[in-house]
Ligand binder design. Structure first.
Ligand code: THU
Length: 171
């Protein structure tokens, strides 16, 4: 029996040529022009303190999951936000977006770091990652868990790693 010829796909995908010793679509390509900003540890500590304090004001009667976020901008100013839940659930605002609203309302726009404090060190949700990415291609994100099994824990990750290939509307 004759084999049916395979249907040719019209879709043309151009893949970058792999260079010797380099992964094809590695982090370097994905991050392109992103330069990591170094934020001194003392400033990150202060950011965590502010996020911990604002977390106390979270309004989370439905999930009982309190989140505090604090954003540091290039100007050296810190903007804080906590999650505010709503009985419709969908109208809930996350802490990170609350902090971004504060930043914008104060006429600031260049975040370089964000601390997120929860009980378990949870990281920003997808929507918050995209909202943070609106204002900076990359920033340090400090994730702090106050009551993790191993006690208080913290780690620093980069937004560009949490949200590679963030959506951008090029105008
Ligand atoms: N929450 C945040 O505040 N930030 C996030 O990035 C993830 C989730 C809040 C929303 C809701 O009030 C609670 O955590 C549980 O989802």
């Amino acid at each position: 029996m004759k084999k049916k010829p395979k249907a040719k796909s019209k879709l043309k995908v151009k893949l970058p040529k792999a260079k010797a010793g380099k992964r094809e679509l590695g982090r370097a390509e994905a991050k392109t022009d992103v330069m990591p900003v170094h934020v001194p540890a003392a400033l990150l500590d202060q950011l965590v303190q502010e996020a911990t304090a604002v977390r106390e004001r979270a309004y989370a009667p439905y999930s009982n999951y309190l989140v505090g976020a604090a954003i540091l901008t290039k100007r050296g100013v810190v903007y804080a936000g906590c999650n505010v839940e709503n009985s419709t659930f969908g109208a809930t605002i996350c802490a990170e977006r609350g902090a971004i609203m504060q930043m914008v309302a104060h006429g600031d726009s260049e975040p370089i770091a964000c601390a997120v404090v929860t009980k378990d060190g949870g990281s920003p949700c997808g929507i918050c990652r995209q909202v943070l990415a609106e204002f900076a291609r990359d920033m340090s994100i400090v994730l702090v868990g106050l009551a993790s099994p191993e006690g208080e824990s913290g780690r620093v990750v980069q937004l560009a790693d949490l949200l590679p290939l963030a959506f951008r509307l090029e105008q």
